[in-house]
Design a protein around this ligand. Structure first.
Ligand code: DC
Length: 220
């Protein structure tokens, strides 16, 4: 059977960085599911659809084409949107859009299709609970809100996204609440996830934790 490393956690917990490194080191395909929900949010903005217009958003999602390349690029309906999906505007609406049941159903379907027959590391909010609940490798990454806001603020500066530290902090808190209180696909902790608090860890230390767990598994 193909290998699936599932990683969930809130914004800024380090999922993306860890997944990227694990993919390189363990030769896995990296699937950033947040990027897929961000594509739906961007398509909603591009089509001038209001976020309360669920019917139109479902129409958009029914026809959507999302491609994630091996080198980390994201294509929405054949257009490179790697940078656009990280904008402040997209970040502001992505969580409510990802709360729409039909949006989630389509994304979960696509995520399973993309992973078919491959060894993957997949990160998001519901990977350990909904998309691949039966995989052996389930992780929940976490860090304090302050640390996560600091990381995201720094990343934004590097990417040229203009948001103050306070704006980033508030946006993360709001998204945490929304992501943890969805009717379907809510971010949650379960007993079978391995919980990693990344507040004081380097990404190399995180990789080591995951690697040891997988090595231990091989020696059983
Ligand atoms: O990982 P991210 O911050 O790029 O994700 C953007 C949003 O997408 C996040 O606020 C919630 C949503 N999301 C989700 O609902 N389920 C996932 N598996 C991944 C992301």
């Amino acid at each position: 059977m193909n290998k699936v490393i599932a990683i969930d956690g809130p914004a800024g917990s380090g999922k993306g960085t860890l997944a990227k490194l694990l993919a390189e080191r363990l030769n896995l395909v990296n699937i950033d599911t947040g990027a897929m929900y961000r594509c739906v949010a961007l398509a909603t903005i591009d089509n001038n659809v209001d976020i309360t217009d669920t019917k139109k958003i479902i129409e958009i999602v029914n026809d959507i084409k999302i491609e994630l390349t091996l080198d980390g690029k994201v294509f929405l309906n054949d257009k490179d949107v790697t940078k656009d999906i990280r904008s402040k505007e997209v970040t502001a609406i992505v969580s409510p859009i990802s709360s729409i049941k039909e949006v989630r159903e389509k994304m979960v379907y696509l995520q399973r299709e993309i992973a078919k027959g491959k060894d993957v590391v997949m990160e998001g909010r519901d990977i350990t609970t909904v998309v691949f609940p039966d995989t052996k490798y389930k992780f929940y990454l976490d860090a304090s809100v302050e640390e996560r806001a600091k990381r995201r603020y720094k990343e934004n500066l590097e990417k040229g996204i203009d948001m103050s530290y306070q704006e980033v902090y508030d946006s993360i808190e709001k998204r945490d609440y929304n992501d943890m209180h969805k009717e379907v696909g809510a971010l949650m902790r379960t007993d079978d996830q391995i919980y990693i608090d990344t507040t004081n860890l380097t990404v190399e230390e995180e990789v080591e934790i995951v690697r040891k767990i997988m090595e231990g598994d091989k020696n059983e």
